[in-house]
Ligand binder design. Structure first.
Ligand SMILES: *Cc1c(COP(=O)(O)O)cnc(C)c1O
Length: 216
């Protein structure tokens, strides 16, 4: 499945985050041995634990909601945080990155789904954050794009609209704040059930778990 997926995504320049939450390190190693290097986790202590046991050239992506007091677990090694939805969280990430003399890449997570439970910024909140003096003072974090999750539904037209909305948000934020920053380029959207749709709508990074590892 992995190689099939890569064959499908690579010509379109779409990156693959293999979502390994809840999976044992042995299963992660199987994909690693087939060449996969980017893995996604949604809990900081679990990511730290796996990072310690696995090869050091793995790029770890935090894809789940991150609490401020958990940033310290992953700050020494995390490659990208997809779930930044709050300035206080971002300040903590920046502070911890500085302590380790690193720069941490991140994405701004937006709320595009209809469910209340899905976290993420509104465009208004994001604008306010990006214009603040506190944001402009950050030195050890680098904004690389946006992330979003579609509503959990079989209605493809709903999902497509939400992906289109995230793409629009990306374009708007890019133009208003990061026009000259070449590294602000990622749109992280699409999971096992909806990644093909996400790619059609402009995803640059898909996050796929069950399709690769089987049902959780
Ligand atoms: C679990 C998870 C995924 C992967 O979901 P699958 O349906 O198993 O592909 C993607 N993104 C986030 C944020 C997740 O929590």
């Amino acid at each position: 499945m992995l190689l099939q997926l890569i064959d499908e995504l690579k010509p379109k320049n779409v990156g693959l985050v293999a979502v390994s939450k809840t999976r044992p390190v042995e299963q992660i190693l199987e994909l690693y041995n087939q060449g996969q290097r980017i893995f996604g986790e949604n809990r900081a202590p679990e990511m730290k634990d796996k990072q310690e046991q696995l090869p050091k050239d793995i790029e770890w992506h935090m894809i789940g909601h991150l609490q401020k007091n958990k940033v310290k677990y992953i700050a020494p090694f995390v490659h990208m945080i997809h779930s930044v939805d709050d300035l206080e969280l971002l300040k903590e990430i920046d502070k911890r990155a500085a302590q380790h003399d690193r720069c941490i890449d991140y994405l701004l997570q937006f709320h595009v789904a209809t469910e209340q439970t899905k976290t993420g910024l509104s465009i208004e909140k994001a604008q306010e954050m990006l214009q603040s003096a506190d944001f402009k003072a950050l030195k050890n974090t680098r904004p690389c794009g946006v992330m979003g999750m579609a509503t959990f539904t079989d209605d493809k037209s709903v999902v497509r609209k939400e992906f289109q909305k995230l793409k629009q948000i990306f374009d708007q934020i890019k133009q208003a704040h990061f026009e000259k920053e070449e590294t602000f380029k990622e749109i992280s959207m699409g999971m096992s059930g909806d990644y093909a749709l996400a790619v059609e709508e402009g995803s640059t990074l898909v996050r796929i778990g069950s399709l690769l590892f089987g049902k959780r």
